[in-house]
Design a protein around this ligand. Structure first.
Ligand code: ATP
Length: 232
């Protein structure tokens, strides 16, 4: 990312490029992630999506593929879109990754005025109250969430403490460019019932995944013998 241009624009300058942030293990990256990022670019006032592959996630099982392989697959899946960028700082750190630390780092790099929008599928969004220092996330970024098949609000809906934040912070997508952080917006994407865990299970069982993975990512997985039964 060209952080120098963003900083040179100044703290109070209007028209800072709004940055969407898509974190995940990307183990492997799949079309659900790509569709989410594309929908965020078309539905929200974003200039770019910054993909942040997590190192060792703080609150879930470690990824199956190595950091190097997950990054290589992410590069293959995102290289066609000039508005996609990758920030690999956390992959390289080897430390447990928490979103509050990720956003604090970006905020320190980019300055107080930079609008940041954390992009979440509904499973992650509904899980928010279990995340480390989750309420601080609203001081650091906006949150934009999108429905994910199998994880709809009708499955139980947000916990009361998250509902209270939604009531206080709700905004329309276009309002996210007007401030640096603190609002919650919803956006839409074509539903894609795909998950990395289901893809890993299919690969381990020797089943066809051509319809579930970008061709270049599948070719990489096959060339590196990833996600075979004995490695899961
Ligand atoms: P796993 O199955 O291993 O849990 P995953 O498919 O959920 O992996 P992650 O890397 O954990 O992939 O997801 C990163 C982000 O992308 C999360 O916010 C998640 O909600 C979102 N996401 C992943 N797949 C989809 C999808 N099919 N539709 C909408 N959002 C998605």
């Amino acid at each position: 990312m060209n952080t120098s241009n963003l900083n040179a624009a100044g703290r109070n300058a209007p028209n800072l490029t709004v940055i969407g942030i898509l974190g995940g293990t990307f183990d492997p990256v799949h079309p659900g992630h790509v569709a989410l990022a594309q929908a965020a670019l078309s539905e929200l006032p974003l200039g770019e999506v910054l993909w942040i592959p997590s190192g060792r996630p703080g609150h879930r099982a470690p990824p199956v593929a190595s950091e190097r392989d997950r990054l290589a697959m992410l590069r293959l899946a995102t290289e066609g879109n000039p508005r996609f960028r990758i920030d690999a700082a956390e992959l390289e750190s080897g430390e447990p990754t928490y979103t509050v630390h990720t956003l604090s780092r970006l905020r320190a790099q980019l300055g107080k005025a930079q609008p940041l929008v954390l992009l979440l599928g509904s499973d992650s969004f509904l899980d928010l109250p279990t995340w480390l220092r989750w309420r601080e996330l609203f001081d650091l970024a906006h949150i934009a969430h999108v429905s994910r098949p199998g994880h709809l609000a009708s499955d139980g809906g947000p916990a009361p403490e998250l509902s209270a934040e939604i009531a206080r912070r709700s905004a329309r997508g276009e309002q996210l460019a007007a401030s640096a952080a603190g609002r919650i917006a919803r956006f839409d994407m074509p539903p894609m019932d795909v998950s990395a865990s289901a893809i890993r299970a299919r690969l381990a069982a020797g089943q066809d995944t051509r319809h579930l993975l970008p061709a270049a990512v599948l070719a990489y997985i096959q060339s590196r013998h990833l996600y075979l039964k004995e490695t899961l």
